[in-house]
Write a protein that binds this ligand. Structure first.
Ligand code: DX5
Ligand code: ZN
Length: 218
């Protein structure tokens, strides 16, 4: 069973609630929310207000991907707004262990994100603090970019470690996922697949989501 997490970054913001309801009804498993601050990444998107506004709209877990500097300062706000997962970038966290504990202290599942160039070794000593590892298969900042295949050996590497140690950690992939690139992602061990433009860029979101999911499930 794989899980699809539509990224609302590519949705129509003038009718965000309808967009979320449509993908929930079509079989989405989580809603992926991309938070960008214009510092860690060269783009500005949304904050806790959007999480709060979507919380009553859907029963699905809200998967909040923080692409911001100093995430510690905002974790409480996102937790109170209704985030179910908060993922932080390794590259933005000098005290990663503390940040992950802070996320869990608010009753939220903790996730770590690795940029395409960041090795798996950077998280090996905090695996007990992590519910989810998110591998970026594009450079974060924008939707609609090309999938970077060179990331997949890292996914396989972590997947093997998780199996060997029998750890309860989900592996998520984000960036350029569509009905073709999802296949090697699942083969490498991904369990949650984020898709933005491959779903919300299509006229029929429900059909697009079902096609991607079917391709991933083989
Ligand atoms: C990129 C974001 C992604 C983005 C994915 O920085 O983290 O979640 O929305 O968009 P697509 O699926 O279009 O690559
Ligand atoms: Zn994302």
């Amino acid at each position: 069973m794989i899980k699809i997490a539509p990224s609302i970054l590519a949705a129509d913001f003038s009718k965000l609630a309808e967009e979320v309801i449509e993908v929930e009804e079509a079989g989405a498993s989580l809603i992926h929310i991309d938070v960008m601050d214009g510092h860690f990444v060269p783009n500005i998107t949304m904050g806790p207000l959007v999480v709060e506004a979507l919380r009553p709209v859907t029963k699905l877990p809200l998967d909040v991907h923080l692409m911001i500097e100093n995430p510690d300062a905002y974790i409480e706000q996102f937790a109170k707004a209704g985030a179910d997962y908060i993922t932080v970038h390794v590259e933005a966290c000098p005290h990663l262990h503390r940040t992950l504990q802070l996320i869990r202290s608010h009753g939220v599942k903790s996730g770590v994100v690795l940029n395409p160039h960041t090795p798996v070794e950077t998280i090996l000593h905090v695996l007990d603090e992590i519910d989810l590892v998110l591998f970026m298969t594009v450079n974060p900042g924008f939707g609609g970019q090309k999938f970077i295949h060179a990331v997949l050996p890292k996914v396989k590497q972590l997947s093997n470690i998780i199996k060997e140690r029998n750890l309860p950690i989900e592996i998520e992939i984000d960036g350029g996922v569509d009905e073709e690139t999802i296949i090697p992602c699942v083969e490498a061990g991904a369990t949650i697949l984020v898709a933005g433009s491959a779903i919300f860029g299509k006229q029929n979101r429900a059909e697009a989501l079902r096609e991607i999911k079917a391709a991933g499930e083989g």
